[in-house]
Design a protein around this ligand. Sequence first.
Ligand SMILES: Cc1ncc(COP(=O)(O)O)c(C=O)c1O
Length: 445
Amino acid sequence: MPADQLPGDYPLWHPFTQMARFEREPQLVVARAEGNRLIDTAGNEYIDGVASLWANVHGHSHPHIVGAIQEQAAKLQHSTLLGITHEPAIELGRRLMPHLPGRSRVFFSENGASAVEVALKMAVQYQANRGRPERNRIAALDMAYHGDTLGAVSAGGEGPFRDVYEPLLFEPLRFANAYRYRCDGCAAEPACTDACVDSLRDLLEARGGEVAAVIIEPRVQGAGGMIVAPEGHIAAVRALCDEFDTLLIADEVATGFGKTGAMFACDLEGVTPDITVLGKGITGGYLPLSATVTTEEVYQAFHGEEGRKLFHGHTYAGNPICCAAALASLDLFEAADLLARTRERAALLSALLAERIADHPLVGEIRQQGLMTGIELVADRDTREPLPAEREAGWRVCLAARDRGVFIRPLGDVIVLMPPLSIEEDELAQICEAVAYGLDRVPRG
Ligand SMILES: Cc1ncc(COP(=O)(O)O)c(C=O)c1O
């Protein structure tokens, strides 16, 4: 629907959207979706290049997931998990655990941010329940994104997501992230210097006795700009958490369910976090569900008297229809080697990006882990000088890509590609062509 067709009484206020811009720009009104494509009200097709906000795993309208949702909807639509239980949630808990070795308990919520809130509260209460109430601070990565509710924003990095809400937030203890492209310590070095891991060590040496948990987005910091940490980073953080006797929270809301080429990013390094946060892809991207998964040790610290329980819970937590969708998604993971297929597709994507995108004068760095990809645009490739925000280069590339039948959404001047795992080879080629087309349409500065 072009902008001039937006009705005067348009009622919506969109998330993370400047509505003045929205009202100016041509609108994509999605009517339905099939496979890896969104289809608008005029019948135009767009490849879903960001998997409907990093959530869609198996493509849209997959009959197995749709069927499971329909079947469950006819049986039990909702029943609370506060003090009573239901089969789809029990079954999902059981089926998730083999994918999460070393963990045994799952607490359901409805979105990633809520599951992060649960993780933060669990960490602080875990320490209090074990008689260490002074361990009540959270250590978090620079440029982190853990969601948009207040606890999650508190743990998130500084910047527009956070600054204006500062009076409402808690202050985490921060440590450096592995942003090699812009790291003073190692940008010019042939390999990562581990300066970021050292900054966590320094923090824990100085203030470890105050830290309830260290929270990371393992391997890929998503909303911070698709920042890919080097191999070994997760294991190094785990080792420091062990050394300083604090919990590790891995927020796998973005990285979970195959997108990195492993089921979970922590699997890439054989790491077992104390608390794992899952969301987005858990239902294949069909319905809202999230989970905070813990080791038995964390769970046991809450077991016993009334006052030790976790004071948290949402009305729709673990909704049975959402659980049925998640079970159907797990069926698809277990029926075929989707992870091997994803790694093959990721290798193809990487070759296409090298061939079509990497040499473009606006492209500073391409970062990729599995199908999670960030293309950082810069004003000057040699100096790495960022583009002026007013040029809105990232946004322009993504808007232009729609003319080539591809829907993508940037993070500032980082173009994000994160297609469903079900993406086909020709669709990957189309995505890369559309990005190249978009890059050529950014006005010269
Ligand atoms: C790492 C991470 N954690 C948490 C969230 C929040 O998830 P939700 O938007 O479902 O609340 C996101 C969303 O992008 C995320 O990338």
